[in-house]
Design a protein around this ligand. Structure first.
Ligand code: ADP
Length: 225
């Protein structure tokens, strides 16, 4: 599902503040479904055309389902269940950011500069073949800076968290699975990777706590619309 259609359906689901008439329609369908649009209109003494927008909102939001020649029936899902259904359709590729990588031979000093210049909190470390070999967090770099070592002479490869201990994700993974991994492992970011022919991973993206926060903000903005 593309981001636009996803946003549209989330908007529909989040608009759970139903109008009085929509509540009435829901109740009629709950009690009498499956029921045709015509019959719902009769019960409300309205025309089918007047009801059409309400019926399509209720169907789009997932409260009602429609079958040709059968009519409308109640799906039995609450607003929260419908929201959960939609959240479980959001994938990494809908919210991922561009990754910032450094070479494994870079110095800790260069990595610190890159982190400031690129304004990110996590760097991914790659080898000459562009395969993921490590992760550098802010604290990794701070820790390395506490001593009296020469940061320009210290390669990042000696302080990074290295493969195979890196928690990764792929573009088709659910964003909620990534959120779970961030919480479980108490980390700030995950590289989005693609498996290369040689079995190593190429870094194609980055998902951070900020991306996850954006999901939440988008949900609540849709609710306000
Ligand atoms: P910070 O250290 O700035 O609080 P994190 O909580 O992300 O940032 O990092 C904590 C530790 O976990 C660091 O040592 C870091 O190298 C490591 N780390 C960060 N991201 C990952 C990841 N995706 N997989 C494995 N380890 C990671």
């Amino acid at each position: 599902m593309g981001l636009r259609s996803l946003k549209d359906s989330l908007k529909a689901v989040m608009t759970i503040e139903l109008t009085g008439r929509q509540e009435q329609i829901l109740n009629i369908v709950k009690d009498n479904g499956p029921i045709t649009g015509e019959k719902i209109a009769d019960q409300l003494s309205l025309t089918r055309a007047t009801l059409r927008p309400d019926l399509s909102i209720l169907t789009m939001a997932g409260f009602l389902d429609a079958r040709p020649r059968v009519g409308y029936f109640y799906t039995g899902k609450t607003g929260t269940e419908l929201l959960t259904d939609k959240v479980k359709k959001i994938t990494v590729q809908d919210y991922q950011s561009i990754p910032v990588v450094v070479d494994e031979s870079s110095s800790v000093y260069d990595a610190i500069c890159t982190m400031f210049l690129e304004d990110v909190g996590t760097l991914f470390v790659v080898d000459k073949q562009a395969a993921l070999v490590g992760v550098l967090s802010r604290k990794d770099l701070l820790r390395a800076s506490i001593g009296k070592q020469d940061l320009e002479a210290m390669p990042v490869s000696i302080i990074m968290t290295r493969m195979p201990n890196i928690t990764i994700c792929q573009k088709d993974d659910l964003i909620i699975e990534v959120a779970n991994k961030l919480i479980e492992k108490q980390i700030d970011a995950l590289p989005v990777v693609k498996k290369k022919a040689d079995g190593n991973f190429e870094v194609t993206g980055r998902v951070t706590k900020t991306n996850i926060t954006k999901v939440l903000v988008d949900l609540s903005n849709n609710q306000l619309l």
